[in-house]
Design a binder for this molecule. Structure first.
Ligand SMILES: [Zn+2]
Length: 211
């Protein structure tokens, strides 16, 4: 049998014996009554950055959207299949979440791809096209004459800021923010040190003290 199959089954068995046993009533209640999360979290698909781990979240607490490089595209009224935009629309119009958190992270392959010009490459594929959404953020970071050693880090932060700017291009987001029903929050996770930073209204990131 393939190792991935064994890994899936053993993980499932551990879940049934552990977390599920402790949270059985919660699962049953959520299954019968539906979800009502207060938080939408937009994170990278990267396997090292699991929002429910980082924020110690129970089932039902966070509506999580993960994609390459945690990007929110701007409003696009054109035809197409807008998966990320659909999740955001659902979170606001149906779930009525209180906050949308955009969580960037250290050593992001998608961000590096954008910096490396994958979006301009003819063979960049879906990833290249997707990360080209951050070309404006790249221009901002490059224009600041950022220290080359800090370029990726600064770009990871600017990517979060760009996604928050893009969120405000959706009329239902803008209206909810203006009416005080919704907050937009930037965040950044260091994989190496497992430390979290949150941004303020000026887009400056500050580390959250922890033990
Ligand atoms: Zn990433």
């Amino acid at each position: 049998m393939q190792s991935w199959y064994d890994r899936l089954v053993s993980g499932y068995e551990a879940f049934r014996a552990g977390d599920y046993t402790a949270q059985k009533a919660l699962y049953e209640q959520l299954g019968k009554q539906g979800q009502n999360p207060d938080v939408m979290l937009i994170a990278c698909a990267d396997s090292r950055v699991d929002p429910t781990d980082i924020f110690n979240a129970y089932p039902g607490e966070m509506f999580v959207m993960r994609n390459v490089a945690n990007i929110v595209p701007p409003l696009d009224r054109g035809e197409g299949y807008h998966g990320t935009s659909a999740a955001i629309e659902y979170a606001i119009n149906v779930l009525d979440v209180d906050v949308i958190v955009v969580l960037g992270h250290e050593s992001c392959g998608g961000i590096q791809g954008c910096l490396d010009g994958l979006g301009d490459s003819e063979d960049g594929g879906y990833v290249g096209k997707w990360v080209s959404l951050l070309d404006d953020a790249k221009d901002i970071v490059v224009a600041k004459n950022t220290d080359p050693d800090k370029l990726t880090y600064e770009m990871e932060l600017e990517g979060v800021r760009q996604s928050i700017r893009n969120l405000l291009t959706f009329p239902f987001v803008k209206q909810a923010v203006e009416e005080g029903r919704l907050k937009l929050q930037g965040a950044y996770f260091s994989v190496i040190s497992a430390k979290l930073m949150l941004s303020n209204d000026q887009g400056e990131f500050k580390e959250i003290p922890s033990a």
